[in-house]
Design a protein around this ligand. Structure first.
Ligand SMILES: Cc1cc2nc3c(=O)[nH]c(=O)nc-3n(C[C@H](O)[C@H](O)[C@H](O)COP(=O)(O)O)c2cc1C
Length: 363
């Protein structure tokens, strides 16, 4: 199901790529991608929150062209962007996360291979090892099965682990209920079927065992790996503290793009307080609602070290596979560099809240 962009005008902006991607989708897949949980309050709030911050430039700063390079969890990146661990990836393009890995490598960044992806970890890594330095796991299932999954994960050569903590069960997604839609097993089974997979974990993963997990159990099991790990799905200071106490070296501030618990504030709303509380003890990745370069700059100014793309990367993937994701990353990098230049900010390390002002009295 590829839908090559017919003319350059269809990918002149990230908004054009979004529109081109949606044109081609059947309604149930469209709703699965674009929808959120409950009445989609959190999904909407994720976008509104960005509009509540305005920029404060420093004119005539005499600063050189901005340098976007950074290092996240030991992985060098050409810009502070990662692609996220979205499963069900062949719903969007036959090459799925393999195309994302190639685009990430080509763009000098990295992605996060999803446990519930259409291809196995090993297949995604083989497509472009440098483009998939991170892999994602769910803290669910029996301890024995988790230890096996962790060992398999290490064998695949990932440099860091992402543990998704906000998914003890799937969110209450009403569009899917209305459409009677559940993604087919084939698009989530890459790590659970066939020779390279981790066998019987699929049933564990979606079998309702998630709520029985605790930070203490996760800490104990993660002490068995030397890989650095990030806790993804954090929206409160106490959970950030618990994740650090459990050994996480990075915090993923995220509400899963509004797909899990409806009624959570925007991820951007909670980013400053979490960044303040963490105070440099862990690196911070941010996602949920990012749709353009100015969003990335705002999240970085509010305390993120790196920004993770969910749907935005998927729009590129749907629009034109590897080339579409590469185009999304190129447009983001261009817009970020443009905004930082206009702000008079030459180094990511200089980018702080002084470059932003709240546009609402309540802040
Ligand atoms: C179709 C789809 C599938 C996803 N699958 C996963 C997953 O398997 N594991 C995970 O941790 N997050 C998953 N996510 C969440 C993303 O990693 C990310 O947190 C979210 O998309 C960010 O919000 P945004 O799409 O508004 O940018 C998925 C998101 C989408 C849209």
């Amino acid at each position: 199901m590829t839908h090559p962009l017919a003319a350059t005008t269809h990918d002149a902006t990230l908004g054009d790529i979004h529109a081109a991607a949606l044109e081609s989708l059947p309604l149930d897949v469209h709703d699965y991608l674009e929808g959120g949980a409950g009445e989609e309050w959190t999904l909407r709030r994720n976008r509104e929150a960005f509009a509540e911050w305005g920029f404060v430039p420093r004119l005539m700063s005499g600063r050189p062209t901005p340098d976007l390079r950074t290092v996240f969890m030991g992985v060098p990146l050409r810009m502070p962007i990662l692609t996220g661990p979205f499963g069900v990836d062949t719903l969007f393009h036959p090459e799925g996360q393999k195309a994302v890995a190639r685009a990430a490598a080509r763009s000098g960044i990295s992605g996060m291979a999803p446990e519930a992806g259409s291809y196995s970890y090993a297949e995604v890594r083989r497509a472009a090892p440098d483009g998939m330095a991170f892999g994602q796991l769910h803290p669910v299932g029996s301890e024995d099965a988790f230890i096996r999954r962790l060992a398999h994960f290490e064998d695949c050569g990932f440099r860091a682990l992402v543990v998704t903590c906000d998914t003890p069960t799937a969110g209450w997604r009403e569009r899917n209920r209305r459409n009677g839609y559940t993604p087919p097993h084939a698009v989530t089974g890459g790590n659970f079927t066939g020779g390279e997979g981790t066998g019987d974990a699929f049933a564990d993963l979606f079998g309702g065992s998630g709520p029985a997990w605790t930070w203490e159990k996760l800490a104990r099991l993660m002490s068995g790996t030397s890989l650095p790990w990030m806790a993804k799905g954090i929206t409160t200071v106490p959970d950030a503290e618990a994740a650090i106490a459990a050994g996480a070296s990075a915090i993923g501030v995220s509400n899963h793009g509004g797909r899990q618990l409806d009624g959570l504030p925007a991820a951007l709303d909670v980013l400053p307080e979490i960044a303040d509380a963490v105070g440099g003890r862990a690196q911070i990745a941010f996602d949920s609602g990012v749709r353009r370069g100015s969003d990335v700059v705002k999240a970085l100014a509010l305390g993120a070290d790196v920004v993770v793309l969910g749907r935005l990367a998927i729009y590129g993937l749907i629009a034109d596979g590897e080339a579409g994701v590469t185009r999304v990353l190129g447009l983001l990098s261009g817009e970020m560099a443009n905004i930082l230049t206009l702000l008079g900010c030459a180094a990511l390390t200089d980018l702080d809240r002084g470059f932003l002002r709240p546009l609402r009295q309540s802040r």
